[in-house]
Design a protein around this ligand. Structure first.
Ligand code: FES
Length: 101
């Protein structure tokens, strides 16, 4: 596990996920009430980018089949998604967002 500088807080709008690439990993960043969270960007159901999905009540809705995951825990919220999403520790230092991957 290593910490990576991935974005500035000003780049992650509230309720609008942002995709960042770290090595060969695609990560989605979220701003929920000013707190930054990070998950895998690729849905566990099929190949879809969750950063193109919609944030609703603390969950990310997949744009392909509308599967939902809790952004803070990665918990799958029910069919069609059954496998939880990986989440990553986030540290914010000033305007810098670091994700541990
Ligand atoms: S690919 Fe995300 S719900 Fe199917």
């Amino acid at each position: 596990m290593a910490e990576h500088l991935v974005a500035k807080t000003s780049e992650v709008a509230e309720d609008e996920p942002k995709r960042v690439i770290v090595g060969d990993q695609q990560i989605a960043l979220y701003n929920l009430d000013g707190e930054i969270y990070a998950t895998d960007d690729i849905c566990t159901h099929a190949y879809a980018s969750l950063s193109e999905g919609y944030i609703e009540d603390g969950c990310i809705e997949c744009p392909l089949h509308a599967g939902m995951f809790d952004i803070k825990t990665g918990k799958a919220q029910g069919v069609p998604v059954t496998e939880d999403l990986r989440t990553f520790p986030v540290r914010v230092d000033g305007d810098d967002i670091y994700v541990e991957i």
